[in-house]
Design a protein around this ligand. Structure first.
Ligand code: GDP
Length: 365
């Protein structure tokens, strides 16, 4: 499953947020393939389309798709030089697909700020610098190695050096690797370096409880927004404290609490959605009487690989898929009606699955 790593300086609210995530936690029996690890929180991805599909199919149960957050605590200034538990944390970041960078935007004199005062831009730059320095180290090592390998005459190494030099130049001016435009071939060449600053990032601006419903009134949030805009990154204002309270509530109590705060949905749901979007993820559905269920794929995934998300046997024995788009199915009102309208398509192994496709796989066992 795809994962987003939660990073940030100490005392910014990471654990509070992570606890809210695990509190809100998904029913793990539904997600046996998810990682079992105290530092991993599995959340369900909210999706209104599931309810609509359930009205049509009337299944025994509804299962949303899941998403994992990893708590990567302990990143401090000097991490790239091995300070604190530096290298270990950097290694954890290598394993995630996206980064959720928690930034402190709340004032509280009782809670020490590592650098003495609340300054979200400084905080962001401190963390980013550590990641940039770590990447610079990986890039320089690889450049040396590829230069030596160039003597073999294999053109691949020259291309690699050229690409790495571009990245190095960006890193030397404190810019992340993701700011460098790379072709698909170049991305492939450097993929195994697992650069930290090439991963997509979103900033979670942690505001105080009082500001939960009107986070944009917080001047620090505005600063983070300006900073993120320059990077083309997303900002999700959130109150980690409030989220931990929301996570304890269910049903009507939850609705009422959100309403009191002036929120349409929890910050956590917004965060999940933003992370999902950041990763370029699509959802497809299966809809049977047993269950209506959502599944996550990357954009561009073909039918057999999409089937593999359910079970690897589905990919191996893939014959074809019956597909109807969510919109068509809802408009038709039933699977049969969609079929009569010719909206139920038969697709082969090259079909690229679209967001909202309702799929039924045919396969050999
Ligand atoms: P971490 O070191 O980044 O994991 O930070 P924690 O989640 O442990 O939070 C550090 C301290 O800040 C804890 O005492 C939290 O209760 C407190 N804290 C977190 N979020 C908020 C907030 O929105 N408002 C206030 N007043 N305190 C918060």
């Amino acid at each position: 499953a795809l994962k987003a790593g939660i990073v940030g300086l100490p005392n910014v609210g990471k654990s509070t947020l992570f606890n809210a995530i695990t509190q809100a936690g998904a029913e793990s029996a539904n997600y046996p393939f998810c990682t079992i690890d105290p530092n991993v929180g599995v959340v369900e991805v909210p999706d209104e389309r599931l309810q609509k599909l359930a009205e049509i199919v009337v299944p025994n149960r509804i299962v949303p798709t899941a998403f994992e957050f990893v708590d990567i605590a302990g990143l401090v200034k000097g991490a790239s030089k091995g300070e604190g538990l530096g290298n270990k944390f950097l290694a954890h970041i290598r394993e995630v697909d996206a980064i959720v960078h928690v930034v402190r935007c709340f004032q509280d004199e009782n809670i020490t700020h590592v650098s003495g005062k609340v300054n979200p831009i400084d905080d962001i730059e401190t963390i980013n610098l550590e990641l940039i320095l770590a990447d610079l180290d990986s890039v320089e090592k690889r450049i040396d190695r590829s230069r030596k390998n160039m003597k073999s005459g294999d053109k691949k190494y020259a291309a690699e050096v050229e690409c790495l030099e571009k990245i190095k130049e960006a890193l030397l001016t404190d810019k992340p690797a993701r700011s460098v435009e790379l072709s698909d071939e170049e991305k492939l060449l450097i993929r195994d370096l697992h650069l930290l600053t090439i991963k997509p990032v979103l900033y979670a601006a942690n505001v105080s409880e009082a500001e939960a419903g009107n986070a944009d009134g917080n001047p620090y949030v505005q600063l983070v927004r300006e900073y993120a805009a320059k990077e083309g990154a997303e900002v999700v204002p959130i109150s980690a404290k409030v989220e931990s309270e929301i996570a304890e509530l269910e049903g009507e109590d939850r609705e009422m609490f959100l309403e009191e705060l002036g929120l349409k949905e929890s910050g956590l749901d917004r965060l999940i959605r933003a992370a999902y979007k950041l990763l370029g993820l699509y959802t497809y559905f299966t809809a049977g009487v047993q269950e209506v269920r959502a599944w996550t794929i990357r954009q561009g995934t073909k039918a057999p690989q999409a089937a593999a998300v359910i079970h690897t046997d589905f990919e191996r024995g893939f014959i074809r898929a019956e597909v109807v788009s969510y919109e068509d199915l809802v408009a038709a009102g039933s699977m049969n009606a969609a079929k009569e309208k010719g909206q139920l398509r038969l697709e082969g192994k090259d079909y690229v699955v679209q967001d909202g496709d309702v799929m039924h796989f045919r396969f050999n066992v």
